[in-house]
Structures are given as C-alpha cells and as structure tokens.
Design a protein. Structure first.
Length: 363
C-alpha cells in the first residue's frame, strides 16, 4: 500500500490522505481512530454492498457499528429524491457534526453520498472508498460533488473535501472489462496533460486488473497527478481546466449517444474525445503528428474505442459544444495537447477545424 496526500489550495490544514493499493482497506481503522466519532454510516449501493460490505465489516471489527444506508446503483442515484432520502436517514439516526459517513461505491455513489454528507448540518466528515477505477483515479479526488438536475448532468453541486480516501485496487477485480477500461481513459488523460512518464507506462502495456503491482503503481501515479491540479486550484479557475482535456468533445459525444439510446460509457466518450482533440491540435499545428499517433495508439492499446459507432448532425454537435461550462462569449474554449505531458488552454478554433476533427473520429 502507498500513501498519497492531497492539499487543496484553500488551506494546508485541509490536507488529507489517500491510501492506495492492494489491501488499502486495512488502513481504514487507523483513519477512523484519528477522531472520536459518535456514529458511523456506511452509504453504499446494492451491487457493491453484495461484493464488499462483508469485507468492510471484517476490516472494521466488532467494535465499530455501522448504520447502513443504501441508494440505487449507478447514475440513477444522483437525484434530488435520493439526496433527500439520505438527509432523512442522517436525521432519523441523529447524525451530527461528530458523526462520520463512509462511502463505498463508484463515482456515482461518491457524488450523491458526498453531496449529502457535505450539506447535512453544513457538512459532516466523510471518507470516500471508491470501488471503480474511474472513481479511484478521478472522481474521489478533489472534493467535487454533484447531482443531475433538469435533464443536465452534474447541474447542482458543492465542493467539499473528504477526511480521507481509501482506494483499494483489489476491489477492482470484479469490475466489468468495460467499466475498468473506462477508468483507464482518465489515466491516459492525466498522462497527456501532465506527465509523459505516466503516458509512456500506459502506451507500453494494457492495464489489467489482475496485475496488482502495476495497478497499484499506476493508480497511485494518476492520483498524484490529479492531486497536483487540485492543490493548484480546487475551484476550477485557470489551471484546473486542464482536467477537461478530452471532455469538450467527450461530453458532447456522451450526450449524442444518450439521445440516440446508444450505450457509451463516460470513459469511452473521453477516449474518443482525446483523439478528436489531439486531431484538432494537430490540424492547428500545435501538436506534432507523431504525438497524435502515439495518443491514438495508446487508446487502442488499452482496448478503448477510438471512433464513434454512430453518425450525427454537425449542428447538433455544435449546439452541445457551445453548452460547455468553460466557454465564454459564446466561444468554445479548448484545452489542447501541445506535446505529451503539456497543454495549451483557452484555444479558439474555427468551425472548419472542429468539423474536420469530429469527422476524423466518425468512421
Ligand atoms: N466528482 C467528480 O469529480 C467526478 C469526476 C468524474 C466522474 N464523476 C462521476 O462519476 C460517475 C461515474 O462513475 P463510475 O464510472 O465509477 O460509474 P458508477 O458509479 O455508475 O459505477 C459503474 C458500475 O459499476 C458497478 N460497480 C462499482 N464498483 C464495482 C466493483 N468493484 N465491482 C463490480 N461492479 C462495480 C456499479 O454498481 C455500477 O453499475 C458519474 O456520475 C460522473 O459524473 C465525478
Ligand atoms: Zn471524466
């Protein structure tokens, strides 16, 4: 097991630990012992509960009693109704500012449970125990918490950091291959925007959930990369924009697929988005062709899609791109790679360039 730490920019006193690796769950009792909590909740969802609740209870031992609150699996948990049901559960069980909430599940569970804990009585302590690769390397780090509202993803949210994060890579072995790869996509992104060293490891060999040694090393690296951005700016001003690489196209592709009822996971949309944006960077002469080719090969090597499986209307795509949160004055602001490990922010591209890049991933 390795220990990373996250120091959010708003204050060094808010530094928290991230236990990473095979068996990291065993570190939980030590984290709990740091404060005297009167009550502890376990917020989880049915799939994950069946797989790991027993193991978690074993690790905590008989001295710790948990109130278990269950919410639906996946994206359907991120609603106002589920949020209310969690507030109700905290309230019924007399949770207060000396209580703790443990969140066992993927990124969706982490978002809804984190939002509930961050807002109940203006915020109670919570620990994220992410069980998907995407949640370990991305969603559980940085304290961003959101629910979906009015048909839009992550429309209402708060930023509040956890007390700690426990990312046990052994929990990833039960993930479906698609869900596992979806998380690898965010790791490739971290490499492209921040670290050629991280990228090189991913372009060399497909990550495999049974290779715990490689997984522990690379998940740790990826968490440290995300933490470096959170340390620079947690409120998503300038530097934090780099985390949106691949996501300007990616979010638009995700919405197009959703509207057409075509199953496309977030990480899959991001992998195609990374390629489309690398193409865009290449067309502008910002990124050398050989770097573009390495990005495409790396996505392929990790078994992620490089092309969309459907056709779409270009006006619809532009409509979606213009809704991106980074835009200003109705202009799409791109975060584009200029080499492996570095980006240029706030790039403005012509409609022709954007069309050409999107056509490239449409084969
Ligand atoms: N807060 C943030 O900064 C942030 C960042 C990125 C993504 N997100 C959010 O994260 C969510 C996506 O997260 P996700 O990809 O983890 O999806 P998810 O939470 O929906 O989980 C995917 C599926 O995997 C199952 N599952 C979870 N752990 C498992 C395990 N160990 N073994 C077998 N099955 C398991 C779940 O039941 C679910 O069906 C989105 O809602 C997204 O908005 C948040
Ligand atoms: Zn993402």
């Amino acid at each position: 097991m390795k220990l990373a730490s996250v120091t959010p920019a708003e204050g060094k006193d808010r530094t928290y630990s991230v236990a990473v690796g095979n068996g990291a769950l065993e570190y939980l009792p030590e984290l709990l012992a740091k404060k005297k909590y009167t009550k502890i909740a376990l917020v989880t969802e049915p799939t994950v509960r069946k797989l790991f609740a027993h193991e978690l209870a074993r690790v905590l031992g008989t001295g710790v009693s948990l109130e278990v609150f269950e919410v639906p699996s996946g994206e359907s948990a991120k609603t106002v109704e589920v949020l209310q049901s969690l507030w109700r559960s905290y309230s019924d069980m007399r949770f207060d500012r000396s209580s703790l909430s443990l969140h066992l599940g993927g990124g969706a569970l982490g978002d809804i449970a984190g939002f509930a804990a961050a807002t109940f009585q203006r915020g109670i302590d919570y620990i994220q125990i992410p069980t998907t690769l995407l949640a370990q390397v991305d969603a559980s780090i940085g304290g961003k918490l959101a629910i979906n509202f009015g048909g839009a993803k992550n429309q209402v949210g708060v930023v509040r950091q956890p007390q700690a994060v426990v990312a046990d890579t052994a929990l990833l072995s039960s993930l479906s291959l698609r869900d596992f790869r979806s998380g690898v996509s965010e790791m490739i992104k971290h490499g492209i925007i921040l670290s050629s060293h991280h990228f090189e490891a991913l372009e060399e060999k497909a990550l495999d959930s049974s290779d715990q040694e490689a997984l522990e090393r690379l998940v740790f690296e990826s968490i440290e990369l995300k933490a470096s951005v959170v340390a620079a700016d947690p409120e998503e001003a300038d530097l934090r924009k780099v985390l949106n690489a691949g996501h300007t196209f990616g979010h638009a592709f995700e919405s197009l697929a959703f509207d057409m009822n075509i199953p496309l996971l977030h990480g899959e949309a991001v992998s195609i988005g990374l390629i489309a944006e690398a193409k865009l960077a290449c067309l502008r002469g910002l990124l050398p062709v050989e770097c573009f080719e390495r990005i495409e090969k790396c996505v392929e090597r990790q078994g992620l899609p490089t092309r969309l499986s459907f056709e779409f209307d270009l006006d619809k795509l532009f409509d979606l791109l213009l809704r991106d949160k980074k835009n200003r004055n109705n202009q799409i602001r791109w975060v584009l790679p200029k080499k492996i490990g570095d980006t240029e922010r706030d790039v403005i591209c012509s409609r022709e360039e954007i069309e050409a890049a999107s056509r490239y991933v449409c084969k």
